[in-house]
Each structure stands twice: as structure tokens, then as C-alpha cells.
Design a protein around this ligand. Structure first.
Ligand SMILES: Nc1ncnc2c1ncn2[C@@H]1O[C@H](COP(=O)(O)OP(=O)(O)OP(=O)(O)O)[C@@H](O)[C@H]1O
Length: 321
């Protein structure tokens, strides 16, 4: 999108901030204090809706959105990609601008739009923001910002959550937990994929659908440019044993997953995935949060864009290394 197409957020717009105190490595109190200091010093009107944990998120997000609607404000989500997902699910389609203060381990969503991972810098960016409409994906009508998946990948995330609680939340811990998960045997699915009237049948351990250029670039998936033309990118792999899975992790770390002969990736706008009989329950993950859905699974680009607040000043954008 060109600079001129972006609308500035008026400086008097009140900010309604949904803070997940259980996100990230920082103490929730520390993040809250930083927000209060930076926005308070700038004289900006704001209200914080604090969720002590994930289960309080939907109620806090609903309250923030109701006030933002009444007072022509913006809703800001402060948390990891899971928190941003929960809040954006409510905000999408409401016409209310959506800002973020990233607090997670990977923060792919914020990083791909140049939003700083440091809370103080990210708050300053909210004070001088423009609205950039960004694409989001839907899985059976639920938003995903970064990716949605089924099979082995949700299992990886579930195990990572357990490791995180035991050993902390660094990216290295994420890698070790992935290697430990892949050491176990994994079940295969027979799936039928339907895209633009075309049917493919395959056997696979996982399907991942990506909506984030930075993550696809890090993995080395060539179709990432398709995100620019209102498409999502599907990645699947032939069933394989532990050694081959370790090889894939290594390729992923070297940004060469797309070169692996077992991996296939393709872009699409709408894809229906059937697993066995209609109505079969399937474990899925969206932006790192696990839930259950029923087959068939419909992945598609949302008709509406999310009005994301990004730094107006190019020099305030954090460029990813
Ligand atoms: N939509 C949601 N519903 C219920 N719980 C959620 C939801 N989103 C996040 N949570 C929970 O809130 C906590 C924080 O999640 P979040 O993704 O915001 O940060 P994080 O886990 O620190 O980030 P990362 O996944 O990058 O490490 C987790 O326990 C998560 O399971």
C-alpha cells in the first residue's frame, strides 16, 4: 500500500487497551506501567482492560470494543500472537481501528508490519499512527493473522506450551520442544483438498496455511509473494519418519523448507479440506492457540481487511534482521 493511501489516526482518538497479563516474559505489571507512563506523559486518553489470563480475554476485548465504538476510539491488543488473534476476531468488521503492543515470543504479526517489540517504542508508535488495511485469513469463519494448521503442527504447539511452563519461553526452548515432539511417531491423515474446483487427495501428517510474509520468508517458501494478491499459502508434507522430520526442521531454520522434496506449497483464495466423514472433529491451531473444529475445514481470505495501526514515520518502524 502506498503512503498516501494510509489514513492518519486523529491524535485525540482514545485508546482502549486489552492487556493479557499472562503473555510474554515480562511481568504484566511492568508492561502496564510502561503503557501508563508513555501514554500519560503524552496526555493521550486511554483505558486499560486487563485480562489476568487467556480465559478473561474475550470479555475484556468485548468491553474495550463497546467503549471504542461509543467514543470513536481504537482498540489496542497487548500480548502475544494468540492475544492479538482473540481481540482481532472481535474487531474485524466493526470499523474500529486496531493497534498492537507485541509481547509474545515470536511476534510475527507485529514484526511483519514494522511494529517494535519493545513496549515503550510500540506505545510511541501508537501516538503517531496511520491506518493500514491488512489481510487476514479465516478458518471456518474464525480469524487467523499468522497461520492456521491441523495435525502435527498443533501438537508441536501444545507440547511447546508445556515446555514453556517448565523451562521458560525462549526461542531455543521452542526449538528443543519441537525436536522432542518430532521424536515420537505421528498419525497420518487422508485428506481431500478442494481449491478453485480442483480436487487433490493426499496423505499427510500436517497442513499449515500461512498469512504472514515474514514467517514464509524465514521458512523459505517461494509463494510468499502471493499474499500481496489476496491469497493464502498452504504447506503440506508427505508422511515421513523422525530423521526426515529433523531434516525438515533444519531446512526450516536455514530458510530452505520450500526446497525439500517432501514439502509442497501452493497459493489459494479458498480451500476446503475434508478429513474422512463430514462432522469429524479435528484439532486445529490458529496463531498458536489450539481449538477443535468439524470437518470440512474452509480456509479463505477474509473479505474485509483489518484496519491496523502502523507507525507513520518510516524511521520508527522496526526492520527485521
Ligand atoms: N483466544 C484465546 N483464548 C484463550 N486463551 C488465550 C487466547 N489467546 C491467548 N491465550 C492464552 O494467553 C496466554 C498468553 O498467550 P499469548 O499468545 O498472548 O502470549 P505468549 O504465549 O507469551 O506468546 P507466544 O505464543 O508467542 O509465546 C497463553 O496462556 C494463551 O494460551
Amino acid at each position: 500500500m502506498t503512503q498516501s493511501a494510509r489514513q492518519p489516526l486523529p491524535a485525540e482518538t482514545p485508546l482502549f487497551i486489552v492487556l493479557n497479563a499472562s503473555s510474554g516474559r515480562h511481568e504484566g505489571g511492568e508492561v502496564r506501567q510502561t503503557i501508563e507512563r508513555v501514554l500519560g506523559d503524552a496526555g493521550r486518553r486511554f483505558t486499560i482492560f486487563e485480562a489476568i489470563n487467556g480465559s478473561e480475554l474475550p470479555d475484556q476485548a468485548r468491553a474495550a470494543l463497546a467503549q471504542a465504538r461509543q467514543q470513536h476510539g481504537a482498540v489496542i491488543a497487548a500480548g502475544g500472537d494468540g492475544t492479538l488473534n482473540a481481540v482481532s476476531n472481535l474487531v474485524l468488521g466493526s470499523g474500529v481501528p486496531f493497534g498492537i503492543l507485541p509481547q509474545g515470543t515470536f511476534n510475527y504479526f507485529g514484526r511483519s508490519y514494522g511494529i517494535p517489540q519493545d513496549t515503550e517504542h510500540a506505545c510511541r508508535c501508537l501516538l503517531d499512527a496511520v491506518i493500514e488495511p491488512v489481510q487476514v485469513g479465516l478458518l471456518n469463519g474464525k480469524v487467523f493473522l499468522v497461520n492456521a494448521s491441523l495435525g502435527l503442527y498443533p501438537t508441536l504447539l501444545e507440547d511447546r506450551e508445556a515446555w514453556k511452563q517448565r523451562y521458560g519461553r525462549s526461542r531455543l526452548v521452542a526449538l528443543w520442544s519441537a525436536l522432542a515432539t518430532l521424536f515420537r511417531a505421528h498419525r497420518q491423515f487422508r485428506v481431500q483438498l478442494e481449491t478453485s474446483g480442483q480436487l487433490r487427495h493426499l496423505r499427510t501428517q500436517t497442513i499449515v496455511v500461512g498469512n504472514n510474509a515474514l514467517q514464509l520468508e524465514h521458512l523459505g517458501i517461494a509463494e510468499r509473494d502471493a499474499l500481496q494478491s489476496k491469497q493464502l499459502v498452504a504447506m503440506t508434507a508427505r508422511p515421513m519418519g523422525t530423521l526426515a522430520l529433523y531434516g525438515l526442521v533444519l531446512r526450516g531454520l536455514l530458510s530452505r523448507l520450500g526446497d525439500a522434496e517432501q514439502v509442497s506449497s501452493f497459493a489459494f483464495q479458498r480451500m476446503r479440506v475434508r478429513l474422512g466423514k463430514s462432522g469429524r472433529k479435528v484439532k486445529v491451531a490458529m496463531d498458536g492457540e489450539i481449538s477443535w473444529m468439524y470437518s470440512p475445514l474452509l480456509f479463505q481470505v477474509a473479505d474485509q481487511c483489518l484496519p491496523l495501526l502502523v507507525p507513520r514515520d518510516e524511521s520508527l518502524r522496526e526492520h527485521d534482521a
